[in-house]
Design a protein around this ligand. Structure first.
Ligand code: WAQ
Ligand code: MG
Length: 275
């Protein structure tokens, strides 16, 4: 019989402000080591020190588990933070997001999308046409959970990412999270950049474009970051939130990992031309 899988989630905060969070799916034999690693991570986080750390562990019902393939990964080079954000707006439009919605999301991420101009714990939900905010709680947002990858794929991912200099926890975890979000037919695209002051990279992901990462999507030292999920207009928001938060998805197939290319060349390759 296969080992039983558990969902493990960590959330750390300081003075009620989000510090860090993480989630994965692990076999029962790895639960204790994983929990210890998550606690260490919470306490040593560059946004810390945390004054509250919560770890939750839930058994996954085997019948509810689905499997999937990771998105293709590509690094897009840009001249500056402003140029990378311009690229993100152009590519979001390729993904069916209006310019209004793309520009609004970039501004919210830059300003801190939670009340008080700080980072949210989870993601914003944004109407891909109007740019309206749709998440029920603008401080918490929506937290994607019950995601992970098989041990075999974890090893394969190291082999793919190491030659590109990308075998770090940020890339690995973001690829898994973005892979779940992009799978849902009501999500047109996702935009993200880290809230960790020393990590400037971010990405845009959609089913068609895959995971497109930008090494500098925010200035170093900046603690405001976050995620925006662009929703198909008129979609069933509650059903989507339930799926993102609680439907278990284990990745067992790799996606391609491509060498870096300039974003303008990439857009030209898509056959559209940058504006
Ligand atoms: N669900 C929804 N939103 C989340 C989740 C989650 N499980 N985890 C974090 N967020 C939101 C939250 O607002 C955080 O403030 C924000 O995302 C950033 O989280 O290719 O490290 O964990 O080099 O800091 C992307 C680029 C790195 C990786 C993203 O995000 C690469 C990153 P962080
Ligand atoms: Mg972070």
């Amino acid at each position: 019989m296969k080992e039983q899988l558990y969902s493990i989630r960590m959330h750390a905060s300081a003075s009620s402000e989000h510090v860090s969070g993480a989630e994965s799916l692990v076999g029962v034999g790895s639960l204790d080591v994983t929990a210890a690693n998550l606690v260490r991570r919470a306490l040593q986080h560059p946004r810390g020190p945390a004054d509250q750390v919560r770890v939750s562990i839930d058994l996954i019902e085997p019948a509810s588990l689905t499997y999937g393939s990771l998105p293709a990964l590509r690094t897009l080079e840009a001249d500056s933070v402003a140029d990378a954000r311009q690229a993100a707006a152009v590519l979001l439009e390729q993904g069916g997001v209006t310019r209004t919605a793309a520009v609004a999301a970039i501004q919210w991420l830059a300003d801190g999308a939670a009340p008080g101009g700080v980072s949210m714990r989870g993601a914003m939900l944004i109407d891909s046409q109007s740019g309206q905010r749709l998440e029920p709680d603008p401080a918490r947002g929506v937290r994607v959970s019950r995601i992970g990858l098989t041990d075999e794929l974890a090893e394969q991912l190291t082999e793919q990412l190491a030659p590109l200099g990308l075998d770090n926890a940020h890339v690995r975890e973001a690829l898994v999270l973005a892979g779940k979000v992009a799978r849902h037919p009501d999500v047109m695209a996702e935009l993200c950049w880290s809230d960790d002051p020393d990590y400037t990279a971010g990405y845009l992901c959609s089913r068609r474009l895959g995971y497109l990462r930008f090494p500098k999507l925010k200035p170093p030292g900046e603690t405001r970051g976050g995620r925006a999920f662009f929703l198909r207009t008129g979609c069933h928001r509650e059903a989507l939130i339930t799926w993102l938060e609680s439907s278990p998805l284990l990745f067992n197939q790799a996606g391609e990992c491509y060498p870096p290319v300039s974003w303008r060349d990439y857009v030209t390759e898509l056959g559209t031309g940058a504006d």
